[in-house]
Design a binder for this molecule. Structure first.
Ligand code: SF4
Length: 319
């Protein structure tokens, strides 16, 4: 398998009052070149921190990140700058992520000026080409973000991300702040661009319907840890972790003959600050037993390519 990204035992801790906040805790996964990994979980599960750590907006606490065959775990400032040519990010809030004092043309030109030192006609040509690629009318070149709707602003974000011809894009909730009608346009655009340029995406979202539509593989996170990882269709047909079952039960998915029973997640949420050595979901899990409070479950491959971190996954699913 041609994996563009390999992450092993990645941790990102932050100092907090009362100890260290385990935002990302021992997460391992791979992404195949040209494919999309969907990363899902409730807010605060560490999915955005994971994306930001991979692209070095945050320095990893420990673990390994390998990109395109190169170890990128520890980088100096120049190396981080060089990494931006290959790895880009699209942010959740298109308005907040764009400088309001810059016009559309200037915003798209900025990475080309900084990294490729393009000027004059070459720069104008490339900006126009990028606007065409993401479906922004060239007449908007002198407009400012506040004059545009969310969908157009996100297209600027996509154009900026594409400007340096990256191989991999971390998409952090790229459509969640947009109107539903515009969400589909941006998602379709991103899928077309993936096909055209062979891009690999890490698609972070809490929207399960979107993640199913976009993803080849899915990783479910809970309180900083990966609890389940599988191919997208496999995940939707065999949800093996009690948290995934509850998360997916809240989404209306048109599966014939599937009995819809919404499982509410109740109970106290474990603190991510110096969490105890136990299953992070134990206080909310209806299947918790003594073993669940005795040690943290490790991810195991319980079906081919299907990893679950639950002491009772095999027993509960008859495997
Ligand atoms: Fe529930 Fe135990 Fe599995 Fe955790 S390890 S999800 S508490 S059954």
């Amino acid at each position: 398998m041609d994996n563009i990204l390999e992450v092993k035992h990645l941790k990102k801790y932050f100092n907090a009052s009362g100890g260290q906040l385990h935002a990302v805790d021992d997460v391992s996964f791979t992404i195949e070149r040209g494919k999309t990994l969907g990363v899902v979980g409730e807010s605060g599960c560490g999915k955005s921190t994971l994306g930001r750590t991979i692209i070095h907006l945050y320095e990893p606490t420990s673990g390994e990140i390998s990109f395109d065959g190169k170890d990128i775990t520890k980088l100096n400032r120049t190396e981080v700058k060089n990494l931006r040519e290959d790895i880009q990010m699209i942010f959740q809030d298109p308005f907040a992520s764009l400088n309001p004092r810059m016009s559309v043309g200037q915003l798209i030109a900025e990475p080309l000026l900084i990294y490729h030192k393009l000027k004059g006609r070459d720069l104008d040509r490339k900006v126009a080409q990028l606007m065409d690629t993401v479906g922004l009318a060239r007449r908007l070149s002198n407009s400012y973000p506040h004059e545009l709707d969310g969908g157009r602003c996100q297209r600027i974000g996509v154009a900026r991300a594409l400007a340096l011809n990256p191989k991999f894009i971390v998409c952090d909730e790229p459509v969640s702040s947009l109107d539903v009608s515009i969400q589909a346009q941006v998602i379709n655009l991103m899928q077309d661009l993936q096909e055209e340029f062979g891009l690999t995406y890490m698609f972070i979202t809490h929207n399960m319907a979107v993640v199913r539509h976009m993803s080849d593989t899915i990783m479910v996170m809970y309180l900083g840890m990966m609890v389940e990882f599988a191919d997208s269709e496999e995940m939707f047909h065999h949800r093996l972790h009690p948290y995934t079952q509850a998360l997916l039960s809240a989404v209306p998915i048109p599966v014939v003959q599937e009995k819809k029973e919404r499982k509410l997640i109740k109970g106290e949420i474990t603190s991510p600050i110096e969490p105890p050595d136990e299953c992070r979901f134990a206080k909310r899990c209806p299947y918790a037993k003594d073993i669940c409070f005795a040690k943290t479950p490790e991810a195991e491959e319980v079906l081919p390519g299907h990893f679950v971190a639950c002491h009772r996954a095999r027993e509960l699913n008859g495997l």
